[in-house]
Design a protein around this ligand. Structure first.
Ligand code: XBP
Ligand code: MG
Length: 238
């Protein structure tokens, strides 16, 4: 029996990483830093889930010898940088920079109507989720997503399964009654490690990833109905 759908955010609900990249570069410029992440570099950096973790990883590449910046520890400096980035990203989303991917809103509404539980399991920050879904669904978006696990609740990021294990615990459902939706190899590994069947919709940032073990790899969720998901779920249970 399929009882819940669990959605990743960035790359899955919406193709957001171009906006995230612009927000990171905006923060670097605001701080007068000579860092600039072009699309090729950012695509590689996306192997590190979590904006703060991604910044720390890049700092280690650029300044492996520098552990302190003007007395503020590296983590304090990067924490401020991430706050600037998140503010820039939120402004971009509020200005309409990103929209839900094709078929996503229809599937969410249909699944809600059918009485399935809907949850979010993401490594992004809560501010980003609220900005995206407030704009795409409206201020009452939480009526669809009763459970949200994100960077503020799951400290260890994908591919670790923590965020999915916490989501399943709050759903009070076994993984066998759920399907996860992801866009990246890290996300697939995290969902599979939590025992979840996983539908993948890649973006240009993740098109080259290894999606072995996915239930389906689809260009979009357009045309994916609850009935189709139930049929795919039953076929694997057989
Ligand atoms: C994708 C991520 C996030 C975003 C940036 O999250 O890894 O880090 O790239 O957002 P998802 P933050 O699990 O939804 O694919 O800067 O808030 O981390
Ligand atoms: Mg993602």
């Amino acid at each position: 029996m399929l009882n819940a759908l669990i959605f990743d955010v960035d790359g899955t609900l919406a193709d957001t990483e171009a906006a995230h990249r612009a927000a990171f570069n905006s923060a670097f410029a605001q701080e007068g830093m000579d860092w600039h992440w072009d699309e090729a570099l950012y695509t590689r950096l996306l192997d590190v889930s979590g904006g703060k973790e991604r910044l720390l990883h890049y700092w280690g590449i650029r300044h492996p010898e520098v552990r302190d910046v003007g007395g503020a520890g590296v983590r304090d400096t990067l924490g401020r940088l991430h706050e600037l980035k998140t503010a820039a990203y939120e402004a971009m989303v509020n200005d309409g920079a990103v929209s839900l991917r094709p078929g996503v809103l229809h599937l969410i509404e249909e699944a809600h109507q059918a009485g399935l539980h809907l949850a979010i399991a993401t490594t992004t920050s809560p501010v980003n989720i609220a900005a995206l879904l407030r704009g795409a669904i409206g201020p009452d978006w939480r009526q669809f997503f009763g459970i949200v696990e994100d960077a503020s609740t799951a400290a260890i990021k994908k591919p670790h399964p923590m965020v999915y294990l916490q989501t399943l615990r709050r759903l009070q459902l076994p993984a066998s009654q759920c399907i996860a939706f992801e866009d990246s190899a890290n996300g697939l590994q995290a969902a599979r490690a939590a025992g979840l069947l996983t539908v993948i919709t890649p973006t240009r940032f993740t098109a080259a990833h290894d999606f072995s073990g996915a239930l389906k790899v689809l260009p979009e969720l357009q045309g994916v109905t609850v009935a189709k998901l139930q049929a795919w779920h039953t076929q694997t249970a057989a």
